[in-house]
Design a protein around this ligand. Sequence first.
Ligand SMILES: [Zn+2]
Length: 115
Amino acid sequence: MTQFTLTCPRCAAELSLTTRRLLVRIDAGTATSGEVLFTCLNCRRSEAVTIDVATAARLVTAGVTYLSLSEPDVDHPEPQPPGPRLTHDDLLDLHAALAGDTWHDELTGLAAETQ
Ligand SMILES: [Zn+2]
């Protein structure tokens, strides 16, 4: 049975693991790198080591199970408020306004106008 030698990134133990004890994760889309995941026989922790595409190909060819995963596409958890996005210029304007002494009067005057 084919074995691969790895070094645990956590405890630095040199491990000789069979293909059954390894899992390769390949970046879908780019497929230029990936990780090999395994459980260390010394410290008993699950670890992942970044591998290049040639190493990933060698492992998969030897029979290691692989997953091809893309970056997660996460939806924004809150609905986006209406109106234009806040820009860096808006922040600079806010900073300049807050640095002065009149921002509170301007704000309360604005509130009085809208009532
Ligand atoms: Zn370890």
